[in-house]
Design a protein around this ligand. Structure first.
Ligand SMILES: Nc1ncnc2c1ncn2[C@@H]1O[C@H](COP(=O)(O)OP(=O)(O)O)[C@@H](O)[C@H]1O
Ligand SMILES: [Mg+2]
Length: 310
């Protein structure tokens, strides 16, 4: 009886061991190994996603693991293509910046020479010289703003809590707007309003908006009497600055691509970069720049939150 029991025990142990071994090998072959292969491939691909030879080669299985392999292959292929495309665009951008830079210098030379034309008494020269100088000016401006946009990245904003009104008045002055100029700028806000922003960035943001407003007013048939109102107010932990002008409003053609680089401009010699740069600078502060609908002229709104208190 005892030996029979031992026999049964031994047999059971052998059968269990055999079953365990079969299950182990089956699981390892069917799941563990393919998963290890996928994981290893992911790590290998992540080291250099641009190397297309590292993309997963699916085993052709029809179950979930096969699907995972095919999906991974698709994703890796897409990522790799995107990276290559980005690389090429970056190189192209660099080349354009270099051309732009040299072109700007040549134009500046041409401008220096053409400045002398103003002194030539010939009436034909007198008629064309200002136009030539203005064209060169525009071309240089174009090169400058494209170069500025092409800079790899803006420095992070160095924020300080500062008074808003003096900065607006500084912008007005820098754009040649005064009580005597045909276009007038009004800073409708409390003296005490403070905004938490990078001074240089905010100056550029507001300058871009004001310059656009002045240009829009000057393009009208009766530009005299044009007004730009800048209203500032604080709402809790954010400051809202509205820039409203009496121009003819943003044309439909410009609206379609308003905040897209090189696409939004409707002006001769315009780059379509002013609003893009302004918007990017606002976003770097965690804020938004938007066009407010309604009204005759254009109405842009900057919403700038304070730094979070941590
Ligand atoms: N205040 C405004 N009034 C009317 N149109 C505007 C105003 N601001 C911007 N726009 C329109 O948006 C376009 C894009 O502006 P912007 O990005 O500054 O580029 P750019 O000034 O070089 O054309 C302008 O060409 C103009 O048509
Ligand atoms: Mg502009």
């Amino acid at each position: 009886m005892k030996s029979y029991a031992f026999n049964i025990l031994g047999l059971s142990i052998i059968i269990s061991a055999l079953t365990a071994a079969v299950v182990y090998f089956a699981l390892s072959r069917m799941f563990v190994r393919p998963l290890t292969r996928i994981t290893r491939n992911m790590l290998h691909f992540a080291e250099d996603p641009e190397d297309q030879s590292r993309i997963m080669a699916p085993s052709g299985r029809l179950d979930e693991i096969g699907t995972a392999e095919r999906q991974l292959q698709g994703m890796q292929q897409q990522l790799s293509n995107l990276l290559q495309q980005k690389n090429r665009l970056a190189q192209l951008g660099l080349a354009v910046s270099k051309i732009n830079h040299d072109l700007r210098n040549m134009l500046a030379n041409a401008q220096l020479i053409s400045d002398r034309l103003v002194d030539v008494p010939d009436p034909t020269v007198q008629r064309f010289a200002p136009k030539l100088i203005a064209s060169l000016d525009r071309a240089i401006q174009f090169c400058n703003s494209s170069l500025q946009f092409g800079r790899a990245s803006e420095a992070a904003p160095r924020r300080e809590l500062m008074r808003l009104k003096p900065l607006i008045e500084e912008v007005a002055e820098s754009q040649g707007l005064s009580q005597e100029s045909p276009v007038k700028l009004f800073a409708d806000m409390d003296e005490t309003i403070r905004i938490d922003a990078d001074r240089d960035h905010l100056f550029r943001i507001v300058s871009n908006l004001v310059r656009n407003a002045v240009q829009a007013i000057e393009q009208q048939d009766h530009p005299s009497g044009g007004e730009i109102h800048i209203k500032g107010r604080r709402e809790g932990r954010k400051v809202i600055v509205d820039v409203i002008d009496t121009g003819s409003g943003v044309p439909a053609k410009a609206r379609e691509h308003l905040f897209k680089a090189f696409q939004g401009s409707t002006k001769k010699g315009g780059t379509g970069l002013g609003l893009v740069i302004a918007s990017e600078l606002v976003q770097a502060h965690g804020g938004t720049l938007s066009l407010v609908e309604g009204g005759k002229g254009a109405h842009f709104r900057i919403e700038l939150p304070d730094r979070s208190a941590n």
